[in-house]
Ligand binder design. Structure first.
Ligand SMILES: [Zn+2]
Length: 354
């Protein structure tokens, strides 16, 4: 009988707990990612990274520190050029999404493994095989290897502004709508579903949806952080963003493209997009429960709550399918006219009592 299995590209180390960062050097040495001499190239932001740098320098005496300007392709290339001049075991991205994405890209470019040390939980990209960077044409997604290690210190997550945690919640919950879109595409278009990727992403979304805790407690943050890490790995398993990106993310992209100066956070837009997409697909109960959970965590459930009018939201939903050509979701399936979107939104607003 043939032995048929598959290897999943996944991190060697996933360390999510309060105080995790204090053991960073030990963990990396134990797993032979970096020898005890600590030849690490650490990418960090010039501003908010300074305090962490001071704290970590004693345990990483031979690491070199690289200040990253921002989240652009140029920043990432500059970082790669700087790292290329030295000899390192691994690149560490220490910071929020922009720093980690820059470090991911730079590490891939110089052929070194990437250790992601996330200081906030704003989205599911911290362990994904994609680096999102601003380029001359706007924003690009670049395929990169998965991080070899992911370290999330819950004490540091709690110090970050709460809006980052909220954004992560919206992104995790949107998995549920993204999977429903994938299943729709399978029914209507014969698209293949990767069952393992779908299971991982769905469980991550459901765990966050049903957890009774809140943004301030460790038990909840643990589940959220694990959910975001598993979602990133789900994307590696399926080889694209399908497990975590459907109509919810098309709506998010449309907000970003139509209103670049006024857009809210990724997770705020994805959460709202997911709740509305669930309503559109006739999953009324699931939509209302999602709205209840979003509200409990302080996330928006109407466009007005993030400073947009209903007309602007209708415009966003109408434009959304163009942001992701080829992806079949409830929006492409229903192909609603402007008036139909307006009517559907009025029904949604009434149902959620706003
Ligand atoms: Zn997302």
């Amino acid at each position: 009988m043939p032995v048929l299995t598959r290897l999943i590209p996944s991190p060697v180390v996933v360390d999510i707990r309060a105080g995790a960062i204090d053991d960073l050097a030990t963990v990396l040495a134990d797993q032979r990612i970096s020898s005890s001499t600590g030849r690490l190239a650490i990418a960090i932001s010039g501003g908010s990274g300074a305090v962490l740098r001071k704290r970590l320098e004693p345990q990483l005496p031979r690491a070199e520190w690289f200040e990253v300007g921002g989240g652009t392709l140029d920043d990432a290339i500059k970082l790669a050029e700087a790292i290329k001049k030295g000899r390192y075991d691994a690149v560490v991205g220490l910071g929020g999404g922009k720093i980690i994405d820059c470090a991911k890209f730079a590490a891939a470019r110089v052929g070194l493994p990437l250790v992601a040390v996330a200081t906030n939980l704003s989205h599911d990209g911290l362990c994904s095989p994609v680096a999102t960077l601003d380029n001359d044409a706007g924003r690009g997604s670049y395929g990169v290897p998965n991080p070899i290690a992911v370290v999330i210190d819950l004490d540091i997550i709690r110090e970050a502004p709460v809006r980052f945690v909220r954004s992560g919640i919206g992104d995790a919950l949107s998995n549920i709508s993204a999977i429903a879109d994938w299943e729709l595409a399978a029914r209507e278009r014969g698209e293949d579903i990767d069952g393992l990727a779908a299971a991982m992403a769905r469980q991550a979304g459901e765990a966050v949806l049903r957890h009774p805790g809140g943004v301030g407690d460790d038990a909840f943050l643990q589940v959220l952080a694990e959910g975001l890490v598993l979602t990133g790995i789900a994307m590696s398993v399926s080889g694209d963003s399908r497990p975590a990106s459907g109509a919810c993310h098309e709506i998010n992209h449309a907000f970003d493209l139509l209103f670049p100066k006024r857009a809210a956070s990724h997770g705020e837009q994805c959460g709202l997009g997911a709740a509305f997409a669930m309503f559109l697909r006739g999953a009324r109960e699931e939509s209302l429960y999602m709205v209840e959970v979003l509200r409990r965590h302080g996330l928006p459930v109407t466009p007005e709550e993030i400073g947009f009018t209903v007309d602007e939201f209708v415009q966003v939903v109408e434009f959304a399918p163009q942001t992701r050509p080829g992806r079949y979701t409830i929006l492409e399936h229903l192909n609603l006219s402007t008036d139909q979107i307006r009517d559907a939104y009025a029904d949604y607003a009434k149902a959620i009592g706003s």
